[in-house]
Design a protein around this ligand. Sequence first.
Ligand code: SF4
Ligand code: SF4
Length: 386
Amino acid sequence: MNELHNKIKEIAKENGAVLVGIASKERLADSPPSGNPEYILPSARSLISIAVTMDKKNLRDFLGKKDWLTHGNERQKMVRTIYLIGDKISAFLRDNGHEAVLVDVNNDYRPEEGAKDVTEMTEFLPDFAHRYAAVAAGITRIGWSGNVLNPEYGALLELGTVITSAELEQDPLLAENPCDNCKMCTLVCPVEMISKRESEKVTIAGITEEIGKRKPVTCCFIGCSGYQSLSPDRKWSNYSPYRLDNSLPENKTTLDQLNIRLLKADPMLSLEDNSFSDYRKAIFNENWHMGVVCGNCRAVCWKTRSDRVENMHLVTDSGVVILSPSGQHVIADGEIIEVQTPYIVKVAMSKKEYEDAVNGSVDIGQGFTPMDKEVLRYLFGRDSKK
Ligand code: SF4
Ligand code: SF4
C-alpha cells in the first residue's frame, strides 16, 4: 500500500505538481454533495489531490492590468499539466489492477431540474469539487474567500483530482488554516460576491470553517465571465471591458434570471466547440485561448499579508479596462464611452478611439474572445449588423 502511495506522489511531483495529497473516501462523508467521490466512481475508495502553481510576476502584471494575456496563457498550460499528471496517475493505478478516473478540471456540472444546458443553470454544482478533495487530502484549508489555501502557496493553486478504487494510505489533514482573515479577497471583487463581515459555516473532512457569506453563485458567474467588470464605486474594474447598466439585483431569482439571459446572449456559448461543451478539448486546442478576466479573489491571496495588501492595491489603483479598436483589453486613458452591444452588456471604449474607428481612421483588430470579436464586428465591421 505504501509503495502505491509513494509512487503516485513521485509521478505527480516529477510531472510538475507542487502539492499532492491522498485521502480515503470516508474523509469526505460529511461534505456537501459535490464532495461525494462515488458520484464519479461508484467503487471509489480513495482520492488523490494534485496542485500546480502559477508565476507571481505574470500574476501581478495581470492584477495591475499591465499584461492581460500572459497569465491566461499560463493558466491554460497549468490545466494541461493537471490533465497530463492525472492521466499518468490514472494509468499507473489501472496498470496495478485498480479503477481510476481523473475528474474533469472545470465546467462539468451536475444536471439541474428544468435546465436544458449550462445556459439555464443556476447552481453550477460540480460533479466533484476539487477544493473538497484538496482539504481532505491535507494539502489545503478553506479560506474566508471560499478558495483553498496552502501555507506556502496561498491560494495560487490549480487543482485536479483522481478518484480510485485502490485503498491508499492517507495523508494527515493540514493542522492550521493559513487564512488570517485579512479580507483582501473581498475588496477586489467587482460584484462584491464575498461578505466582509457576515460569515457562514462549511464542514469538510471533519473541519468546520467559518468563511465569508457568499452571494448566489450566479453573482460570481456574472463578474468572473466579465459581464459586469466595474467596481461599485466605478473606479476600477477587473480585466473585462463589459459592464451592465445597473448594479446587480440582490434577489436570487432575479440574479439567476439575469445570468441566464447573459449566458444565452453570449456569442461564446453559441459556438459548437466551447469550454462548456468540452473543457479538456478546449484546453488542448492550440487555437483556443483562456481569456481570463477575473479570479481576483484567488489571485490576491498570497502567503504573506503584505503581499496580499499590495495585490489588492494593484487591482483597485490601476483603473478601468476598456476594449481598444485593435481588440486588446487596456487601461483607459482619457474619456470613456459606453456603447450598447446586442449582448445585453455595454462595452467601454476610449471616446476618441471609438470615434476614430467609426470614421475609419484606425485599424480594427480581430478581437480575442468570442464576445470581443462579435462586438468589434458589430460596431465597425463591414458585415455590421447595425
Ligand atoms: S485574502 Fe485574506 S481573508 Fe481572503 S482567503 Fe486569503 S488570507 Fe483569507
Ligand atoms: S472570481 Fe471574480 S467575480 Fe468571482 S468572486 Fe472572485 S473576484 Fe468576484
